[in-house]
Write a protein that binds this ligand. Structure first.
Ligand SMILES: C[S@@+](CC[C@H](N)C(=O)[O-])C[C@H]1O[C@@H](n2cnc3c(N)ncnc32)[C@H](O)[C@@H]1O
Length: 183
């Protein structure tokens, strides 16, 4: 799956937002992202239940992406945020809060990978924060239905404004404690 190929190699965490039925979770695992490196955040209790059954080794946080920083201990490095959130249909202020969270938790060289079945050009992640810039945007025609995958990076110029947790190794146990406490 295209979305999984965009995830940078490394040992920083990969956060999937809006895990739903687990199609993207499965693709991430199949592409080599280990369960220890992955955290899935999902707001709907039924999907949380389903995801925990389907992927017993993957921490699944029952929570809202708008509070992402709250779920993570301060010493984690986030390499990638994989979002399947329906951002285009959310109220603007909700999207603004979510994008601000991404900026807060993402490591310096981290990326946000947004997946959407709405294949119109998508510029709003970058439009919501001056430190984000679109690195790639492509339609995956082989997907059924076709989908757009947009990768957004942090501008290199923000080195002085170091995000929370950047440059540290993650603590698996701390992540587990946080993830359990959310539901
Ligand atoms: C397009 S669907 C998920 C697609 C998913 N990749 C799948 O395979 O099913 C979007 C998901 O985002 C979840 N969601 C929507 N808003 C959310 C939010 N603010 N925080 C966390 N999850 C959210 C929904 O409950 C839904 O499961």
């Amino acid at each position: 799956m295209q979305i999984a190929r965009q995830v940078p190699a490394g040992d920083g965490l990969v956060i999937e937002l809006g895990g739903g039925t687990g199609t993207v979770t499965q693709a991430l695992l199949e592409s080599g992202v280990t369960p220890e490196r992955l955290i899935v955040v999902e707001r709907a209790p039924a999907f949380v239940h389903h995801l925990r059954n389907r992927f017993p080794d993957v921490p699944v946080v029952h929570g809202d992406a708008a509070r992402l920083a709250h779920f993570l201990p301060p010493d984690v490095r986030i390499d990638a945020i994989v979002s399947c959130l329906p951002l285009r249909s959310l109220p603007r202020h909700e999207t603004a809060v979510i994008v601000e969270q991404w900026h807060q938790v993402l490591g310096e060289n981290g990326v946000v990978i947004q997946f959407t079945y709405d294949i119109r050009p998508l510029r709003y992640i970058a439009a919501y924060h001056p430190d984000f810039v679109i690195c790639s945007s492509r339609i995956v025609w082989a997907n059924a239905p076709p989908a757009r995958v947009v990768t957004t990076c942090k501008r290199a110029t923000v080195a002085s404004d170091r995000p929370v947790g950047a440059g540290h190794q993650h603590s698996r146990s701390a992540v587990e404690i946080k993830s359990r406490s959310q539901s």
